[in-house]
Design a protein around this ligand. Sequence first.
Ligand code: DX5
Ligand code: ZN
Length: 214
Amino acid sequence: MPESVRLAPSILAADPLRLIGDVETAVRCGADELHVDIMDGHFVPNITYGPALVRALRRAFPALWLDVHLMVSEPARWIRPFAEAGASALTAHVEALRSPDILSDIAGLGVRPGISLKPATPVAALDKYLPQAEYVLVMTVEPGFGGQKLMSDCADKVRQLRERGYRGRIGCDGGVTPENAPALAALGADTLIMGTAFFRAEDPRKTADAVHAL
Ligand code: DX5
Ligand code: ZN
C-alpha cells in the first residue's frame, strides 16, 4: 500500500465557468490527482463531459494525474478516445462489463486500468477483474450526482477487498469528507475522491492538509 493517502478532487463540484482556476487551486493545495466523472445519461441519470475536456485539461496541466471515471454503459467504446485525450487512469464499472478483457485493453493503450462498483454490487462481482485491476474505486453513493451522504455499508467493501488480499489502490468515491476520511483510511482506502468537500470548502487547503495528515 502507498505510504500516504492520495487526495483526488472531483471536478464535478467545481465551478464550470471557473474550471481552470478551480483546478489550479486543487494543484496548489497539493491534490495528488484530479477525478473526472464521465456520465452518459444512460448508465447514470446525468451527463457530464467528453474527451475534449480531458484533452484540454491535459494540455493545461501536463503533469497532473487524470483519473477518468467512466460511468457509461459502453466503456469499451470510450477507452481509446479518453486514452488519446490524455487520461492517466481509466476506471470502468463492473456492472457495464462482460469480461475482464477491457482492463488489458486499457493497459495496452498505456493507461492504468481501474474497476468500480455501485453500492448494490457485492465485492464478489469483482473477483475475475481484480488480477488485472490496478485500482478499485468503491462507490460510496449512488453514482450520478455529487453532494450526497456517504453510505457506510459501502465503505466496508474496502475492508472486504483488503481481506481478500487485494493490494492495489482502493479509492472511495462519494460523500467523502475530512470527518469520515480517517475511518476510510483505517479500512484500507488509499485514495479519497472529494467533490463537494474540497471545491465547496471555505478553505480547500485545510481539507487537503487533513487528508495528507492521515
Ligand atoms: C458521483 C461521482 C463522484 C462525485 C463525488 O457519481 O462519481 O466522483 O463527484 O462528489 P461528492 O464528493 O460531492 O460526493
Ligand atoms: Zn467519480
